[in-house]
Design a protein around this ligand. Sequence first.
Ligand SMILES: Nc1ncnc2c1ncn2[C@@H]1O[C@H](COP(=O)(O)OP(=O)(O)OP(=O)(O)O)[C@@H](O)[C@H]1O
Ligand SMILES: [Mg+2]
Length: 252
Amino acid sequence: MSVLEMRDVTVTFGGLTALDGVGLAVAPQQVHGVIGPNGAGKTTLFNVACGFVRPDSGTICHRGTPAERLRPTDLAPLGVARTLQGLGLFDRVTVLENVMVGADRHARTGFLGGLLALPGSHREERALRERALATLDELGVAHVAGLYPPSLPYPVRKRVALARALVAEPELLLLDEPASGLSAGEIDELGTLVRGLTDRMSVLLVEHHMDLVMRVCDQITVLDFGRVIARGRPEQVREDPAVLAAYLGETV
Ligand SMILES: Nc1ncnc2c1ncn2[C@@H]1O[C@H](COP(=O)(O)OP(=O)(O)OP(=O)(O)O)[C@@H](O)[C@H]1O
Ligand SMILES: [Mg+2]
């Protein structure tokens, strides 16, 4: 069974068709890439998967369960976590607290409950704190746990945002342009990191950087002008004439 399946999804904005009958299936423990030139519909597809954008037609299933009126708040209970193109970190709480917020799915009273000091929340908060620290450590940024996001370099903040998504132990991680703004070396590390997640989860990787996608993905869906123009394994997609034509004139 697929972790995420979209069938025949169409999204229009006014007169513009951003997605036109797009289908895609993310298999368990696979990295599924979505690539395509600027304006191809990648972010729109990501937003449909998150429930930010409701399609005009088509279906979305998370683990076989149709998510007809999916809203962003439905994601955590479905075992889905995401990072955003903008980082979405809270500036006025520490890195550690930012990550703890992401763990809400498993906490009985939740981090908010912790803040309100509900009964039983103390032990949970301590466990949560430890998990958040362990996740920061896994991403190599435990040393900034007590700092505030605005004081950190962008690549470090990206890792914090990723830690916040991972701490919920999702079954599906949705990543929109995780490589944007990173150096070649950092993109390389990111690739290794994403690849290392597949023993625990599936990943939908929406990304402009062809080379990263080629390196880490099991399956790739290529969009152009809102349509799927190719799909398959990296070596198949790389050679596809339609893909080469779509990327012609772009820096790949
Ligand atoms: N909220 C919106 N209102 C109107 N048009 C939109 C909206 N969001 C996206 N579009 C249009 O839909 C098309 C697909 O955009 P989308 O952002 O999904 O592309 P993308 O593949 O993510 O591009 P990029 O590589 O630049 O991030 C584009 O023509 C874009 O201008
Ligand atoms: Mg985009």
